[in-house]
Design a protein around this ligand. Sequence first.
Ligand SMILES: [Zn+2]
Length: 390
Amino acid sequence: MRTCYDSKSMSYEVLARKYRPTNFEEVIGQDHIVKALVNGINAEKMHQAYIFAGTRGIGKTTLARILAKCMNCESDTNPTSRPCNKCSNTIEISSGRSVDFLEIDAASNTQVDKIRDLIETVDYKPAKGRFKIYLIDEVHMLSTASFNALLKTLEEPPAHVIFIFATTNPEKIPKTVQSRCLQLNLKTVNDEELFDHFKKILKKEEIKFDDESVRLIVNFSNGSVRDGLTLLDQAIAYGNGELLENEIKSLLGTIDDTLLIELIEYITSGDGKKVFDVLSKIEELTPEYDVILKDLISILHKISLEQVLSNSENKNIKSLANKIDKEFCQLLYEISMNAYGKFSVHPNPKESLEICLLRMLAFNPLLKLSDSSKPIKEKNIVEKKLLKKK
Ligand SMILES: [Zn+2]
């Protein structure tokens, strides 16, 4: 992997680490949460237990660290919403060495004993800072007994303690615990924000890129800055310090949308032979079949939206939205989602995509109409022929 060399130490740092936000101003896409926390700190009205909810890679731990730094920064007599990142407390929190900021992974500490040990430390005053901050990651993994043990502390926490519960599954936290916390829901970052963020970083790193390449990375980031930056690292390594659209496509195992558009077009017109001709073309590009399925789902999604909202700027999507029957489009979506859901258990990735396409053809209302005059047996033969063809 290509690495970003720091001129002073010549040590390398991956982008996700190098550009990890060190204060609230650097956090992107979570304005509502940052605002709530900053207001709380400035008004000196902090809750003692927070739930940070949101999908993985979205910045829950990063926000927890920034909050811990705010509470224990030594630059002011009170907690500050702008930690200095220079005092020993903030430096120690950033590097994971602070004794007053305790990170626990609930997934690997599910036993009630572990939580009891932790709760025993709650009463002790912080060693250096004003507050002792406990970050419990994946808190929903705790056992009922652990939650019960925790609940007693949450009912009357010592004034110097703040709990931050990070979770991808807030609904699995018992209601009794939830009701004692302020829940903040982190959002996935929207594509435009990611796009701007990645471009800024690429400029800083002096890496050549074009917008299309960055778009591809954004599409594959699923709203996660961390996932996006990891991909960016790989893409930069792959392109030897430059972002090249074709290299990124092959890295991501994706292909040009035009082939997938063609595929949907032939499925719509019920032309099985042409569908499999296009599939052979796709195979020549040695793609990742699950990525192809994912792309197919995404295109069908865009078509469905276009049919209701007329919001697409892509002429191919517009034309397909006009051609496909609305209900059939929904059915295609279901079929591809079903195939994608079962993809990991299918013994053969290629066959999984093929059977998905065959199903799409089999349920085409046009084919049904033209076949209705034929006896059912004959119809089966048509489908069997298609199966043989591959
Ligand atoms: Zn400080």
